[in-house]
Design a protein around this ligand. Structure first.
Ligand code: GDP
Ligand code: IMO
Ligand code: MG
Length: 431
């Protein structure tokens, strides 16, 4: 039996949603373990697109979907997403979507603080998604957070909201020059969310444990990407949770020996939304062409994604940090039609070669990528379904990537649709 984690290797939007939806066919349960509705995971099935922000991407395969303790959850967004899925005939009942009683709640003041802080920072802002993610994790760490277990206890919840808002309103109005919030309207709204979500709230660690114990397979769905990890990413231009595979354990409540494989999702080039250094970023026509052909707009905020060449310094870092056992390369089709392609194999800093990703942002910002140039392919590969039918130059690109990061490619994605995929090795079928 296999339990597989699927992790973004770059700065998010690698195509995790597509690969999770594809692999979920072979799993019994799909578990999100960190982040919140800063994520936007796109699935395209039979030509129809669905973007999920909170509900795990296994839902379209009718699997049990778990929202783990490591998430921060905006209940309003979750209910909207469930209603949408329900309107499409998808079962979102309490047996299908389970929420950890320990997951933290995103509250209106978290969103207000996120927005007002970014506005106050001006051009020093992080470029957050504005969903209240950072302020909610901040309250979790300082032990002032509210969890689903609190939401279900009406009296305690109301009392805590009133007390917390005293302080938050002071901060919002006096420091951030934002509007104050009314505790009673928050309490009223959250009472309705509690009624609606109560049947889904449970101890999900037990549900996952029992699933694994009964010999069924579990897929752990990462959000964001390794270089947005709060510890290992380009701090402070990161998100506020651990994104790496190790957090699948603490964010879901399972022991490390249960996870048998880790698939790293690699976009065939690199993108980033929001601010922060990006050594292989392109500012020319090639970057614009990739952005346009790849339709690189954020699935959550609609922002234009910055685009650049594939960076194997970044990828080698992701291999080590996550213990990757295989790769899924996505959006290879987008590179078709370019005469030449570049792969970054190392960085140069002060005339010295760096093979590893630096910690200092000052150093990273001053790094110049060292490139290898490969020939492109003119063909449209989106209808190819057999590896051997890919153009030679696209195979050469994939082989060079495998060599440089010393990790085998298991899956190649050549279009957004579930079926636009070449599976060389399915970790759920062969371990
Ligand atoms: P996630 O956050 O990692 O789940 O990725 P997003 O859904 O935010 O962004 C990936 C985008 O690329 C989505 O619009 C997908 O539909 C699309 N996509 C995924 N795989 C492929 C692929 O192989 N080719 C093309 N052209 N688009 C893809
Ligand atoms: P998925 O799961 C891309 C980025 C934001 C910002 C930084 C902090 O779809 O890959 P936050 O709102 O988390 O405090 O923002 O992190 N970011 C993402 N970028 N894909 C995501 O998720 C992201 N989630 C957060 O743009 O730079
Ligand atoms: Mg996304």
């Amino acid at each position: 039996m296999a339990n597989i984690a699927v992790i973004g290797t770059q700065w998010g939007d690698e195509g995790k949603g597509k690969v999770v939806d594809l692999l979920a066919e072979h799993a019994d349960m799909v578990v999100r373990f960190q982040g919140g509705n800063n994520a936007g995971h796109t699935m395209v099935v039979d030509g129809k697109q669905f973007i999920s922000h909170l509900v795990p991407s296994g839902i379209l395969q009718n699997k049990t979907c778990i929202i783990g303790n490591g998430l921060v959850v905006d209940p309003e967004v979750l209910i909207e997403e469930m209603d949408y899925l329900n309107s499409k005939g998808i079962d979102v009942g309490p047996d299908k979507i389970k929420i950890s009683e320990r997951a933290h709640l995103i509250m209106p003041y978290h969103k207000a603080i996120d927005h007002a802080r970014e506005a106050k920072k001006g051009d020093k802002k992080i470029g957050t998604t504005g969903r209240g993610i950072g302020p909610t994790y901040e309250d979790k760490a300082t032990r002032r957070g509210l969890r689903f277990v609190d939401l279900l206890d009406e009296e305690t919840f109301s009392e805590r909201v009133r007390t917390i808002l005293d302080e938050k309103n002071f901060y919002l109005t006096n420091y951030l020059a934002a509007e104050s919030l009314n505790p009673e309207s928050i309490i009223d709204n959250y009472r309705l969310y509690a009624e609606r979500l109560a049947p889904h709230v449970t101890n999900v660690s037990i549900s996952i444990y029992e699933t694994i114990k009964s010999g069924k397979q579990v897929l752990f769905e990462g959000a964001q990407g390794t270089h947005l990890d709060i510890d290992h990413g380009t701090y402070p231009y990161v998100t506020s949770s651990n994104v790496v595979a190790g957090n699948a354990c603490s964010g879901a409540g399972v022991g490390p020996k249960e996870i048998t494989g880790v698939i790293g999702i690699v976009k065939a080039y690199t993108t980033r939304v929001g601010r922060g250094p990006f050594p292989t970023e392109l500012f020319d026509d090639v970057g614009d062409a990739i952005q346009e052909k790849g339709a690189e707009f954020g699935a959550t905020t609609g922002r234009r994604r910055r685009c650049g060449w594939l960076d194997t310094v970044l990828l080698r870092n992701a291999v080590r940090l996550n213990g990757l056992t295989g790769l899924a390369v996505t959006k290879l089709d987008v590179l078709g039609g370019l005469d030449t392609l570049k792969i970054c194999t190392g960085y140069e800093h002060n005339e010295q070669r760096l093979n590893d990703f630096p910690t200092s942002l000052k150093v990273l910002a001053a790094c110049k990528p060292v490139y290898e140039t490969l020939s492109g392919w003119p063909e449209d590969i989106s209808s190819v379904r057999e590896y051997n039918n890919l153009p030679d130059n696209s195979m050469n690109y994939l082989k060079r990537l495998e060599e440089l990061v010393e990790t085998p490619i298991h899956i190649i994605s050549i279009g957004p649709g579930r079926d636009e995929t070449i599976v060389l090795h399915n970790p759920f079928l062969t371990g």
